[in-house]
Ligand binder design. Sequence first.
Ligand code: HEM
Length: 390
Amino acid sequence: MGRVELAYSPYDPAVNEDPYPVYARMRREAPIYHNPELNFWALSRYDDVAAALVDSARYSSDHGPVLDGGVWGPKARTMLSFVATDPPDHTRMRSVIARGFTMRRVAALEPMIRGLARGYVEEGLEKGTFDFARDLSAKLPLDVISELMGVPPSDRAEVRERNNGLLRYHPGSDPSEDGLRNLFSLGGYYASIIAERRKAPRDDLVSVLVADDGLTDEEIVPFMLLLVGAGSETTTHLLNAAWYWAWRNPEQRAAAFGGAIAPWMEESLRYDTPAQGTARRLTEDTVLHGVDLPAGTRMWLLAGSANRDESVFPDPDAYDLGRDTSKLISFGAGRHYCLGASLARMEARVALEELTRLIAPDYEIDTTGIRRTRHGNVRGMLSLPTTVRP
Ligand code: HEM
């Protein structure tokens, strides 16, 4: 049989279904891989991805982290806020935002998150068969973001509705009209919250952002929209991955339901990394694996592949709650390291605790009903039909 030529695009349906065999070939045969159509160079080995993430002087974020059409470019920050900036802007904005994202504020959210998680799990139990992705894991993180932003409970369902489809871009295309309409209406809605906090500050994140030494309105609305994308979809897919892979691996599921919640979460972050890749732009001419890359080259850093690199994670394709996951890079590294990592971990822990407490371990998933995202950066499921019993 002839050799199949190595071809990788994050939008190829086969890659979307299961990217890991292609990543393994890239790590072996083409540690620097060029996709001429989308015009990026991908790094897939752990050491290369990790080194690039921390070298933010050479690997600029100023065109944004998103590969998809319509978002990459010098205007990325108008939609994606400070994740699409370099120092000094990044340093200034991140330090203001970090003031609002304290351990205290994150910890204070736990009882509310537990109440929401319990409510969604109980609703699922009542139905018996429900969509884990749509009815639980997509709702919870977005409600948490709404709480952080000061969106009153009565408006949260509408925010969820408007967010639907917000960040679904496709390569070479602009955001859909519906997506844009939603973006602007959500932006307008957030602007009204900002105006309220300017008049009457409270002890919340938005009040920190609008303080005298805080951010401008032009900076805050994109930040709020970034949080919706960065903080909700990713957490949703972490929960989906944990639920799905534990089901596929009954021995590991037994360990998870036996109380190994943190290893369950960490191994799911590694095994099916929600944020598969992030983009950068080279600021200087660079040679990598013998290839000359001029300044300006678009780089694609594959955390999803790095987390399966056999040189760091032995037997990487085994889903194993007993392994050492301390080196996973699912939350990035360096300057842009995920600001919400501890919140995401707390949300996932609480949801998994409530799930294992209320639901019997012999749940079933209907694999014919699974639908996947078609997003370049984010990997996960939009639909995950599950049958459960108490
Ligand atoms: C940045 C992943 C949850 C807020 C990042 C980055 C990654 C990531 C990989 C770095 C992007 C880059 O270097 O280009 C994840 C995953 C999550 C998660 C896998 C869930 C499992 C959250 C949550 C929030 C959040 C819950 C907030 C509520 C942010 C922000 C940044 C960021 C604000 C930008 C930081 C900067 O540019 O300095 N995240 N994230 N994330 N994340 Fe998360």
